[in-house]
Design a protein around this ligand. Structure first.
Ligand SMILES: [Ca+2]
Ligand SMILES: [Ca+2]
Length: 345
């Protein structure tokens, strides 16, 4: 059974994506590491923190009792770290691809041997794209608004005949967890742990409903790119955006971090288990050693945080402070991206 409040990808797509990566990921990772530019390595060694914000370490109460997988609320301590002020953009990801020749999971050819019974003409690389329904629908079946679009990938977010031209300052999407990790390594950074992400998103505010505060619309203003209207048929885009917004469009939090709420979901480095908080380390937790989601046993999932432009109180409330998201490791979609952190050099 799916959790409809999450950016879940339909099961047959999970299978597809999982198999795709299983046959090609290792080779690509090796290729990537061997072609990382010396300029980048030099930059990494020097500890370039351009575009990053220093997050001073401290203690905070992590989790949210409203969500079964975010219980119990527990005290966590994290060391200080640098964090990208905004989600990784198309322009930034393009520089990485140009320097390394990296090929994302959504762009890789599909091996027919991995898909017994699937007609060869259906084995076309692609990714999941949100498509509004014509009318109000029962929210039980995500297949009604998630479509596997052949040719959809970070360069072509809506598939063939779409492009990122003019979208250089929008967050990159259709990136799998391994794509995100490959980028972080090239940049001399890493993905944030879930604890680091939440600590940074809370920005010193304890026990708030939303990361920005208590009210959904402070002073009558939308302060994050989420979803208004009837999901998934009518997005009124009251906040100005029916889809992704350029990074830094909405106000930053108290630490100077943008779009920690909404816009695109963000990968974290932790594997996902709904029961992890019962036994989490109290200092710098890095997640469980294995992944398990009773809703989709067998799928390896990593934590995602912050919600996206598709989140509302009606469908996905996972932009609320302390809530958790999750996603199959090799799956991307057009509402999922990431940002990086780096340790104090
Ligand atoms: Ca919006
Ligand atoms: Ca975000």
């Amino acid at each position: 059974m799916f959790s409809f409040r999450l950016p879940q990808i339909p099961a047959y797509l999970l299978l597809l994506f999982a198999m795709v990566t299983g046959c090609t990921s290792e080779k690509t990772a090796q290729e990537t590491s061997s072609t990382a530019s010396s300029a980048t390595l030099e930059k990494a060694i020097k500890g370039d923190t351009t575009g990053m914000v220093w997050v001073e370490g401290g203690n905070f109460m992590m989790g949210n009792d409203e969500f079964t997988d975010a219980r119990p609320v527990h005290q966590v301590q994290v060391d200080g770290f640098w964090m990208d002020a905004h989600e990784v953009t198309n322009a930034e990801f393009a520089r990485f691809v140009e320097a390394t020749g990296y090929v994302t999971v959504a762009e890789r050819p599909l091996n027919p041997a991995d898909f017994p019974g699937v007609p060869a003409d259906k084995l076309v690389p692609g990714s999941a794209v949100f498509t509004p329904t014509v009318q109000k629908v029962n929210l039980a079946n995500p297949l009604q608004w998630w479509t596997y679009v052949p040719g959809a990938n970070w360069r072509q977010p809506e598939g063939a005949n779409s492009s990122i031209k003019g979208r250089e300052n929008l967050p990159v999407v259709h990136v799998s967890h391994e794509d995100a990790v490959a980028y972080t390594k090239w940049a001399g950074k890493r993905l944030p742990t879930e604890a680091e992400w939440e600590y940074a998103a809370r920005s010193g505010k304890e026990n708030q409903t939303y990361y920005w505060g208590e009210e959904l619309k402070p002073q009558g203003q939308w302060v994050a790119n989420i979803y208004q209207g009837s999901f998934p048929d009518k997005n009124t885009a009251e906040d100005g955006f029916a889809s992704i917004a350029p990074v830094k469009t909405f106000p930053p939090n108290a630490y100077g971090l943008y779009d920690m709420d909404g816009n695109v979901w963000e990968w974290c480095s932790d594997l996902y288990r709904p029961d992890y908080y019962m036994s989490s380390a109290r200092k710098n937790p890095t997640g469980p050693t294995d992944s398990y989601d009773p809703e989709e046993p067998g799928a390896v999932k990593y934590v995602q945080r912050g919600g996206s432009f598709l989140c509302s109180d009606e469908y996905c409330i996972r932009y609320k402070a302390g809530s958790r998201g999750k996603g199959e490791a090799t799956s991307g979609s057009n509402n999922l991206g990431f940002r990086c952190v780096r340790d104090k050099s």
